[in-house]
Each structure stands twice: as C-alpha cells, then as structure tokens.
Design a protein around this ligand. Structure first.
Ligand SMILES: [Ca+2]
Ligand SMILES: [Ca+2]
Ligand SMILES: [Ca+2]
Ligand SMILES: [Ca+2]
Ligand SMILES: [Zn+2]
Length: 574
C-alpha cells in the first residue's frame, strides 16, 4: 500500500468515526441544558456610614434619622417601612435588608427590639448591626451572602412611645423606669387618667425605686416596690395612677392571662407585667402580628436587657420545647460571648435551664402560633456590679429590708457614652451566627432526561443541601412552577420532603411536557418553601443539538472525493 493510500485510508477512517459518533448522538435521548439561576450580588456603589448619634441613646426621631440615612445610602439592599402606629401615633419602623435584584421570597431572619421601654440598649445594638450589614456588603463575603439570600428584618423599637419617655423626655415628666407601653389606664378608678405619676421629689435628678424584702423562712423574700413621688391629686395616695399601660411582652395570644400561673403577669394595671384587656389589644402588638401574617420565620430574635441570658420556649413552663436544639444554641452562645459576659445569671456550664415565668409572651406565641422553631429571647445586658452600685440598704426591725435604687443605669442599660458601643461589641458575633442558623438551600441540577415531545415525562434529578448547621427546613420542600403554583404530577403536588440540618438530599421528580420542547423554550421551576425561601432552576433544550446534523452532512461530502481517490490509487497499485 502506498503512503498516499494509507493516508487516505486513515482520513476516511477518522471521518467515519466522526460521522458515526455524531449520528449516535442524534439517536441518543435529547440533551438538556439546565442551571440554577443565581442573582449576582449588587455592585456596591456606596461608602460606609457612621451613626449620626454615637454614644447616645436615640430618641424615636433619631432612630428614624439613622434608618433614613441607611436607606438613602444603600437603596439597592434596603427598604424602610412602617408596621403601623403606636398608641401615641409614632411609626413603628422596620428595616428590610436584602438583595432586591433577587425577587424570589427568601429565607427570613427577624430581629425585634425594645418591647420594653427602659431596655433602650436593645435599640442601640439593632442600629449598629444594621450599619454593619450595609457597611460590610460587598467586602465581607459571609454577610454579603446572607443579604443576597435572606430577607433580613429589623424592628429597632417596637415600643417607640416607651422609648420616647425613657430617652427623649426623661427630665420633663418621663419615667426612666418605664417598661410598658403608653396606653392610658385609670389605675385607681377616679375617672382621671395618669394623674399621679412618679417624680423626683428631692431634686437630685433621679427617681429612686424602693424594694421591700421580709425575712421569711431564713431568706429575704421580695414583697413590694414603689417609686419616689408625691400625692399629686391629694387623695391620700402616692403614685396611684402612673404612666404606662400594657406590658407588650405579655400581650400575645398564647397562654395570655393564664390563671394557672401565680407569677409572670399581673391583673392590676399598675403591675409591670399587666397583659392588657385582651390578647393583641395594643396597637404595637397588632402591628407586629399583622406584619407577620404573610411571613414564616424559622428563627427570630427578640432583644431584651436586665440580665444576661437566653430564653427559649417553654422557659415559662420550666422546660425547653426543642431540648437538644436549644441546648446546642445555648452552648454556642456561651462560646460566642465574652467570658466576663457569662458571669450573668442566665448562663451556666451545666444543663440547667434559665427559666422565667411568663404568660402571653412573644417567644411562646411565635413558637406555638407562628411556627417559628427558634424564637430566642436574648437578654443582652446587665452589669452585675449594679446590684450594689448606687443602692442603699435599710434594715428595719431586723426582719424587713428596703433596697433603694438610685440609678436605673447599669441595670437595664449602661450609662450613655462609649459603653453603648462596648455592649454591641460584646454580643456582635451572635448576629452573623444567627443569620447562619437560618435554613437555606444550596441546589444543583444533576441531570434532566427524557423525550422532548408533548405529554412526555422528563426526569429531573437534583442535589439539595440544607445550609443551616442546626435547623431543618421545617416544612417539606416543594416544587412550584414559574408563577409559584404547585407543580402537579398525576394530579398531585410535587414535594421533595423535609431536609434535615446540614444534610444533602438527592431527589428526582417528573415534569410532564405540555408542549413539544423546542429551541428557545424554557422550563422555569421554583424550589423551596416559605421558611427557606425559593430558588429558581431553568431547563432548556441543548442549543448544539441541531448544529450537529449539519456536521454529519459535511463529513459525508468530504468523504466522497476521498473514497474516489482511494479507489483510483487501488487500481494503480494493481
Ligand atoms: Ca386615676
Ligand atoms: Ca395610669
Ligand atoms: Ca430623687
Ligand atoms: Ca394621689
Ligand atoms: Zn424586657
């Protein structure tokens, strides 16, 4: 065989291989292109902002100024809105932080602060974390990822009236000890409202509080408390009709006004834990409830102060509703918080639960009625030295003790100044930890197969990981169509089931083609649930599919002259 002939033979061989391989591809099942559609991060176009009022407790007006500054700085990832008005007509603001270019409903994260007026430090830490999120977007990959894939909501002051009387009005007729909202009650039934409030009688700039204890069964037992004040209306009683109506954290509709509990709430409107006339009787709790009406949260955090502790449902009943999950979170908080912080009452190295008797509180309602698996009551501040600082002990008759509190600061909140920032720095790590706990999905489409013609079922295979280290997807994962309606197969909704924390599921399901799938057609599906949010996958016919037919023809044309040459060269050698 000549060299030319050998070359031609090799060429013919290679071309036939090419042609056969192309033809074989034609005869195989159709080729699909598929992808999970990920919205890219917003390109950051803003500079970092600082607080307008650092080292200073914000009035409701100043809180609003801070929120407006943030919203104006980073409009691509923020939305400021009001949940409604308080009793005195102040707006209850909410800051929604998310990548707005991703319009799918996302996994929700919720923070609510300042149920209680004198816990204004909770508003301060909320503002600081909002700023941290906006200032670190695009530079901190972890926070950026949370904002891209979660709907993060902050309510920095659920009780803006209380905040106003504690911070904004303290030297006039305010009350730094105020805990409740400002609903007016005629506490002494004389048809006048709030006519005998507490006041600074001795003019030292402080309203003192007195706690009376009695020596009973070898221990000092708390009996009652009262405030400094005068008999304003000369009815013979002091402070008998004060400002402050309802304890918002007793006004929720779960075990509200529970008569089987002898503590944790009080039937007298002067009580600091008065639950109101009915569940959700207050504009602040109504606004909050209505805000939640179309949302689901796997986790939520309510910020309080006056102790260092974490409370979960059912702390009020002396046990935990989700024992091992809550215990792990509790242990994680001990790891995250500074050592000095843990000297507070609520943390111990043993598995002893911090319990706190309540009825009608936020956490129990969130768990029982809103399906929130982990509603954490996080008590962020108490300076243990405040228990002796600024107080005077009076011992009377040997069996009675009166404790005089001359300051409220250091108990529920530190003195104004850099200490506010320090409190934030102490607890800062718990916020990204909390966002990381929120269950979210990482989805891969591993294969799509099946005939592309009408009525045929194509098989879609996925790999889905639940990114939360501790929290399941709560509800099962659903497959929806492009308009978020359930995808049906044989008349049934397609469901993938629940995915446990940190676990990967490899589900597959059928999709019935309603039309022949042609080039340019797309199947768009939404995968997720109300807790983990929704993720988009897209399936298309492979665009290279038809081009390959043209190649086959070309190969064949190329082969004709080669075959002729081959035949001719064969004759010559003969
Ligand atoms: Ca009265
Ligand atoms: Ca009153
Ligand atoms: Ca005084
Ligand atoms: Ca009086
Ligand atoms: Zn509180």
């Amino acid at each position: 065989m000549s060299r030319n002939r050998l070359l031609v033979a090799i060429l013919l061989f290679l071309l036939s291989i090419l042609m056969i391989s192309q033809v074989q591809t034609e005869n195989l099942t159709p080729i699909y292109e598929f992808q999970v559609i990920k919205t890219p991060s917003v390109v950051r176009s803003w500079k970092s902002v600082s607080l307008l009022y650092p080292d200073h407790y914000h009035t409701p007006e100043e809180v609003y100024e801070e929120l407006v500054q943030v919203a104006n700085t980073a409009p691509a990832i923020t939305r400021l809105f009001s949940l409604g008005e308080s009793y005195e007509g102040r707006e209850i603001y909410c800051m929604h932080i998310t990548n707005k270019e991703n319009s799918n409903p996302k996994a929700g994260a919720l923070f609510v602060a300042e149920h209680h007026a004198r816990e204004q430090i909770t508003t301060e830490v909320s503002l600081r974390f909002i700023l941290d999120l906006v200032n670190n977007y695009g530079t901190d990959p972890e926070l950026t990822n949370f904002i891209d894939n979660q709907d993060i909501y902050f309510i920095p002051a659920l009780n803006p009236d209380g905040l106003y009387y504690v911070v904004g009005n303290e030297t006039v007729d305010g009350n730094p000890w105020l805990r409740k909202n400002m609903k007016k009650f005629d506490d002494d039934n004389d048809s006048f409202f709030d006519e005998d409030p507490i006041e600074d009688v001795n003019g030292d700039g402080i309203i003192s509080e007195y706690d009376r204890y009695e020596w009973i069964n070898n221990d000092w037992e708390f009996i009652e408390y009262w405030f400094e004040g005068i008999d304003n209306d000369e009815d013979g009683l002091v402070n008998e009709d004060q400002l402050g109506g309802v304890d918002l954290n007793r006004n929720y509709d779960y075990r509200w006004n529970d008569s089987t509990l002898d503590s944790g709430w009080g039937s007298d409107s002067l009580s600091e834990v008065y639950p109101g006339l009915a569940p959700f009787s207050e504009p602040e709790t109504i606004a909050y409830r209505d805000f939640l009406s179309n949302k689901s949260f796997a986790t939520a955090m309510s910020l309080h102060s006056g102790i260092n502790a974490t409370y979960f449902p059912w702390s009020s009943m002396g046990y935990w509703a989700e024992s091992s999950l809550y215990y792990q979170i509790y242990r994680d908080f001990i790891e995250l918080l500074p050592k000095g912080y843990l000297s507070g009452e609520g943390y111990s190295s043993s598995r002893t639960l911090p319990s706190y008797t309540t009825a009608g509180d936020w956490a129990d309602w969130m768990y029982a009625r809103e399906g929130c698996l982990v509603p954490l009551t996080f008590e962020i501040y108490h300076n243990t030295s405040a228990d002796t600082y600024g107080t005077v002990f009076y011992i009377d008759e040997g069996n009675e003790l009166i404790l005089q509190w001359d300051v409220i600061y250091e108990y529920f909140a530190p003195y104004e100044g850099p200490a506010i920032q320090s409190v934030y720095e102490d607890i800062q790590t718990t916020f990204p930890y909390w966002l990381g706990l929120t269950p979210r999905l990482d989805i891969k489409v591993t294969s799509v197969s099946g005939n592309m013609s009408i009525g045929n079922n194509i098989t879609i295979k996925l790999e889905i990981k639940n990114l939360s280290p501790l929290i399941d997807t709560i509800d099962s994962i659903e497959v929806l169509d492009e308009s978020f309606n359930p995808l049906l197969y044989n008349g049934e909704s397609v469901s993938i089931g629940e995915i446990l924390a940190e676990e990967t599921s490899k589900p597959s399901f059928f999709y019935t083609l309603e039309n022949d799938l042609e080039i340019g057609d797309k199947i768009v599906l939404k995968i997720g649930n109300a807790y983990v949010g929704y993720y988009t996958i897209e399936i298309k016919e492979n665009m290279f599919h038809e081009q390959s037919i043209k190649f086959d023809f070309t190969y064949f044309l190329l082969m004709i002259p080669l075959i002729v040459i081959f035949q001719k060269s064969k004759k010559k050698t003969l």
